[in-house]
Each structure stands twice: as C-alpha cells, then as structure tokens.
Design a protein. Structure first.
Length: 94
C-alpha cells in the first residue's frame, strides 16, 4: 500500500510528516504537524489514501471522494504554538 499524500490546504508555515505502519491486515498512518516560526491557529488538510479510513484519533474526517478525505482537528490540537507539534493517527482498511 502506498500513501499518495497530503495534497492541499496545508497552512503556511506548517510542516507535515507521515509514518505508515503495518498493523495486521490494516495500515496505521501517524501524522505529525509542526509549526515553524509562527503559531498556526487552525488547520485543515486534504489527503489522498489508497484505502478507506476506518478510524481516526485527534481529528475528524469527511470523505471528499472515494480516496480523498478532508481532515480537521479535534479542539485540543487546533492551535499549534510556534515551534510546537501535534499528532493525529489514521487507521486505513486493507
């Protein structure tokens, strides 16, 4: 399974890192968002993945199309302070 990536709506100054892990028949995507030299008060991401999202923590998702999802943060990770990091995780179907 190949992650095709976080594709749009990345706020200026926000660095996005992903790690894809295997968990039995499923894949788990850990996403880390890092603010640079200025805080990020709110963020939304759009990601394209090769399988359906079957679970998520730290964020919410809405399907945009069959393989594209809009990701919005849970309230406690909405603001990222200057130099700060937040994480959320996505469980992908097989």
């Amino acid at each position: 399974m190949t992650l095709t990536g976080i594709t749009s709506n990345i706020p200026h100054g926000l660095d996005v890192r992903t790690v894809l892990k295997h968990m039995g028949p499923h894949r788990y995507l850990q996403v880390t968002l890092s603010a640079g030299h200025s805080p990020v008060e709110d963020w939304t991401l759009e990601m394209k993945v090769p399988a359906a999202i079957i679970g998520i923590y730290g964020a919410k998702y809405d399907a945009v199309s069959a393989s594209r999802y809009k990701i919005t943060p849970d309230p406690w990770i909405r603001a990222i302070p200057m130099g700060g990091k937040v994480n959320f995780g996505v469980l992908l179907g097989s």
